[in-house]
Design a protein around this ligand. Sequence first.
Ligand SMILES: [Zn+2]
Length: 373
Amino acid sequence: MWTDSGFQANDWKLVQQIRNPWGQVPVTAGGKSLHGRARKYMDELLSLQEAADTRSRRHHYVPKAYLRQWSFDGKRVWALDTVTGVVKPLGLTKVCVEENFYRVVGPDGAAHNRVELLFGVVDTELRRVQTLFNRLEDPEELQFDDLIALGVTMAVQRMRTLQERRLHQQYNAWHVAQDPGGVASWDDPANPHLAAGFHTKLLFSAMWDAADVLTTRQIEVWHDPEGRFMTCDAPVFVPFRRNISPSLLDAPYVVWPVSPYRVVALSNNLVGEKAVIRPATGKLVSMVRDGVEQGRERMIFASEKQRERLPRTKKFRRRTQARIRCSQRTPRGEYIKPPGCCVELSQVFAAGPDVALCDQGLHNPAPDMWSYK
Ligand SMILES: [Zn+2]
């Protein structure tokens, strides 16, 4: 069986050769090969694992400083709650925040919030990268370290959200149903911090590999002088294609709005430049708008100028869900003889998990998945 929650390896074939503008190969080998700023970043993260606990209990999975770019007074931001349909200004301290979201149980059995300190480092770097790309005028000024920092920042921001946790809970419910007693469940009423523990461990072990996938893409900066870009509570997204999320290798764009005026899009169209700054056409603006509407978990944020354009009358019944399919072929195209199959985990824009499996008697139903729709 193979699994894929966005990062998938395919067979390689040479399609074309393009100049590498960075003069270095942007691969961290899953975090083992780090230099310069990335090394320093990793060292800071590692040092904090030994730090004293923090009293902070309200954990932001999208940094306040990130959202401030859309704020009209530096403290509040116009927000559409897609569950209630209400548009109103909300304090930056009150959005994209969960009580004890990163509270985990340490090896000594005691719960602690040190992971929040790790995210302090992540947030500082995110802020630096966000500012860098908001101000970027001359792509040649970008350093190799900036490419790595962008890849890590976007990978971590994509993986650290409430939405990502919910999707992992859906996948976990499926795995547990297939192998009861064999696969550790994320859901244990006796241990409310279990899901946080699994999620953060997964995140910090996957971040460098995820970054390696992103840094092989072309950096594009889309600039809209009219400031029409919105963002949401899952602000690094892969636009759906016919309601299915393409893998990161196939996706035309991985999108991260950095302000109402700018979006960083990692494209699979390499042109041999460090970054390409493009004026945002109406087509790109609406692609970002659709991406935000479909990719959000619950909240959509807009600048003061754009708040009238928040889709307040729209019905939001669908959002990102787990999609599970069987195939008689492996991702490498090899045929699997029955009884046997290959299970693909991906994501779909739907009202609930989308599971359609073979009837060879290999799979158990997993009704618990729907507790996390
Ligand atoms: Zn099957």
